[in-house]
Design a protein around this ligand. Structure first.
Ligand SMILES: [Cu+2]
Length: 133
């Protein structure tokens, strides 16, 4: 009986968590092994709509990190151009995510993001490649 109660408790916890879990729209890893997760307010990502991202930076133990600096640049390497806008991190949200405002893509195809951050005085970079339909 005890096992049954424990099992049902475990199951209900799993389901409770499953409802909250949302997979990032984009993710990557920095040179120093930090995880970058991007949750887009426009999901799935598509072109020609200005929108915001929530950017989460985690250490190896999945603890959310507070950074000294965070900048995100993007472009299409094959076309040799950047983003049509200059997205900016404007605030840090209550859950520890950074709000990046002013994201817009104007072409379908292969895009590349460059995430530049500073943590404890050390600079770190992640490159994230993705295709937009
Ligand atoms: Cu292009």
């Amino acid at each position: 009986m005890k096992i049954l109660i424990a099992l049902s408790l475990l199951l209900s916890l799993c389901f409770a968590n499953a409802a909250d879990v949302r997979l990032p729209d984009l993710s990557g890893v920095t040179d120093r092994g930090l995880k970058i997760e991007i949750y887009s307010e426009l999901s799935p990502l598509s072109i020609n709509q200005i929108h915001s991202w929530h950017v989460r930076v985690l250490d190896r133990n999945d603890e959310i990190l507070e950074l000294e600096e965070l900048n995100i640049f993007g472009g299409m390497p094959e076309h040799d151009h950047g983003l049509p806008t200059q997205p900016e991190v404007t605030t840090r949200l209550d859950n520890g995510d950074y709000l990046l405002e002013g994201v817009r893509f104007h072409m379908q195809g292969h895009w590349q993001l460059q995430v530049e951050l500073q943590l404890n005085g050390v600079e770190d970079t992640a490159i994230i490649d993705f295709d937009l339909q």
